[in-house]
Design a protein around this ligand. Structure first.
Ligand code: KG4
Ligand code: ZN
Length: 352
């Protein structure tokens, strides 16, 4: 019998097994990560090799460099993840991998490693969407959190509001019509001469500034749950260029603070609006920008005022990691979803 035919049986039996151990792999951008997760919630290990220092000198991620570094790192990260979880290969029930969205070459390293491993160990392979993984970062952060809830997804690649009915069932309420919010943070940071990745740098610098500049986000989208961040990005770029041309001194902290105030207002107010419109009193934030201290501050305050429960991932699960992929894979397996064939390939873009 062929691998996939054998796996259909194994996958079906696994769904009802008491304890399920998933080894998960994430390599969509500049973090090589392997984790071992038990029953979707217990993280036995989560090893992350970050390439941030390597890409910093280029001011952003260089895809080809990212792929090469994933290749160099992945075998050792895999061994370390098993060893830290105190497991041997025979104890793994399934392999999960991020197959998209992300950088094609980077994703392929994880996908091919996962395929080889699943075949060699003769266990099922589960293909996980990186975006759903970010939502699952909350399940490993909050033991008792269960759907339904409203999710504010804020990463480097996506910005959206989702109604999460169940672990694998969600509806898009609103999305960005142009840039993702993480992209805007990174671009503004770059024009201010801050290092990559820009989001955490703006977060830090904004604390020393005042919101003296009145930036705007698209008025046309005011009555919707959609977002637009390319306009504010251009406003900041133009301001900095004009000030430079006039030889004026640029107070980077004030610009960072003004930008951050504007975008976090937009994100938090629309997230609360979504909860109210839908009538769900539980809000969950997901993705790298979810690490932003001002965004969390505003969401915490607004949720308290509106009697909404608020959840955000613990910091180490906010940005890219494999544990969140292992968590989502568990809930996919439980619902009989995601079993992949060995022909699985990477998908740079995935619709929400
Ligand atoms: O979710 P993520 O790790 O990768 C994607 O799936 O895209 O998000 C990365 C994004 C980057 O744009 C980074 O600048 C931003 O998250 N980020 C932050 C903060 N930490 C990371 N943005 C604002 N404030 C932060 N503290
Ligand atoms: Zn991510």
């Amino acid at each position: 019998m062929k691998y996939y035919e054998r796996m259909k049986d194994k996958f079906e039996k696994l769904r009802t097994k008491k304890d399920i151990i998933i080894l998960s792999i994430e390599s969509s951008c500049d973090e090589t990560s392997v984790a071992v997760v038990k029953n979707g919630r217990i993280v036995l290990s989560n090893i992350i090799a970050t390439q941030i220092e390597i890409h910093r000198r280029f001011g952003g991620v260089v895809p080809e460099v990212a792929s090469r570094n994933h290749i160099t790192a992945i075998s050792n990260i895999y061994k370390e993840a098993l060893s830290q979880a105190n497991m041997n290969e025979s104890e793994i029930d399934a392999v999960a991998v991020t197959y998209g969205a992300g950088l094609m070459g980077a994703l392929l390293v994880g996908v091919n490693f996962a395929k080889g491993l699943a075949y060699a160990l003769d266990i099922p392979l589960i293909a996980v969407s990186h975006v759903y993984g970010h939502i699952a970062a909350n399940y490993i952060s909050h033991e008792l959190l269960v759907p339904p809830f409203i999710c504010l997804m804020v990463s480097g690649g996506h910005t959206a509001l989702l109604k999460v009915d169940d672990y694998n069932k969600m509806k898009l309420l609103g999305t960005t019509v142009d840039d993702a919010v993480g992209e805007a943070f990174d671009k503004v940071a770059r024009v201010l001469g801050l290092q990559y990745p820009g989001g955490p740098e703006i977060d830090k610098l904004a604390k020393q500034g005042n919101p003296i500049y009145k930036f705007t986000v698209s008025n046309a989208l005011k009555h919707t749950l959609n977002f637009s961040f390319s306009g504010i990005k251009t406003e900041v770029v133009n301001l900095v260029h004009n000030m430079t041309q006039r030889g004026e001194e640029i107070n980077k902290a004030d610009i960072a603070c003004s930008f951050q105030e504007c975008v976090t207002d937009e994100l938090s107010l629309k997230a609360i609006k979504a909860c109210k419109n839908i009538g769900i009193k539980k809000l969950v934030v997901a993705g790298g920008v979810g690490a932003n201290s001002r965004l969390k501050e505003k969401l915490t305050k607004l949720c308290t005022e509106n009697n909404i429960e608020f959840y955000s991932p613990v910091l180490r699960f906010c940005t890219d990691n494999a544990a969140m992929i292992g968590s989502q894979a568990y809930y996919m397996l439980k619902d009989g979803l995601g079993l992949a064939e060995l022909s699985l390939t990477a998908k740079p873009n995935i619709e929400l």
